[in-house]
Write a protein that binds this ligand. Sequence first.
Ligand SMILES: [Zn+2]
Length: 91
Amino acid sequence: MTFKPSIKEVELVDRNLEKEIYQFVVTMQHQTKCRVVFTKDTHDQLTISELSRLPNVPCPICRNDYTCHCLSRFKDTLEREILARNLIPTA
Ligand SMILES: [Zn+2]
């Protein structure tokens, strides 16, 4: 089975408007959750600087229930989809 991230919910859990750091908890199918941190890159674009799966359920890709980095290959997709939701507050 190929895993494709399907975002169900995105919640802004922390933000630092001054430093422009935004932290989200993303819920995907099968209750897979990950913590995503957006920061601005050198071109003033918001990009994901940190992506880590929360160990609430085993990884949908490798089935490990501890830390793994499988979701990092979906970084670009997640980045696009989260930004498309316009959840990042603009000053
Ligand atoms: Zn994994």
